[in-house]
Design a protein around this ligand. Structure first.
Ligand code: UDP
Length: 148
């Protein structure tokens, strides 16, 4: 039996730059903020999401009024998918992202600084970040496969 590792497994989260963020050329700015905080991008991919991936990713929201518009929006252009590691990165990235509604998001956050405040729908809030370690593992498997 091998000795248990003394190096803890780093925390992980799943970040998505949504189609509005990619279309506005904000991918670099989002990743810059992630890296400036000291987190590490360990997987990175730009592509279009599939309806199946989105149905699984947003399963908890199925049936809500914003569900189908959200899925349609996420299919409207390429997304950038990133697995990000770092100590406390799950709540840490959500702090970087800011409140769900860019109109309410605090200055200094991605959504607060970069969200456009002229009546856009809440769905167009630039980024997604997992809300728990369990969600991060589930979402990483959806987008990058079970071995990611
Ligand atoms: N969303 C929306 N309308 C709402 C609430 C959420 O369009 O009233 C979208 C928005 O893009 C949000 C996503 O659904 O980022 C997932 O919602 P959640 O409450 O999980 O917000 P998040 O964790 O992304 O801040």
């Amino acid at each position: 039996m091998s000795e248990p590792s003394t190096v803890p497994t780093p925390d992980r989260t799943l970040v998505i730059v949504k189609p509005d963020g990619v279309a506005r050329g904000l991918t670099g700015e989002v990743l810059r903020r992630v890296e400036a905080k000291g987190y590490r991008v360990v997987r990175l991919e730009m592509r279009r999401a599939t309806p199946d991936e989105l149905a699984r990713h947003y399963a908890e929201h199925e049936g809500k009024p914003f569900y189908q518009p959200l899925v349609d929006f996420m299919l409207s252009g390429p997304v950038v998918l990133a697995v990000v590691e770092g100590h406390g990165v799950v709540p840490g990235f959500r702090s970087l992202a800011g409140a769900t509604d860019p109109t309410a998001a605090a200055p200094g956050t991605i959504r607060g600084d970069l969200g456009r405040d002229w009546g856009l729908k809440v769905q167009q809030n630039i980024v997604h970040g997992s809300d728990s370690a369990e969600s991060a593992a589930r979402e990483t498997a959806i987008w990058f496969g079970a071995d990611a």
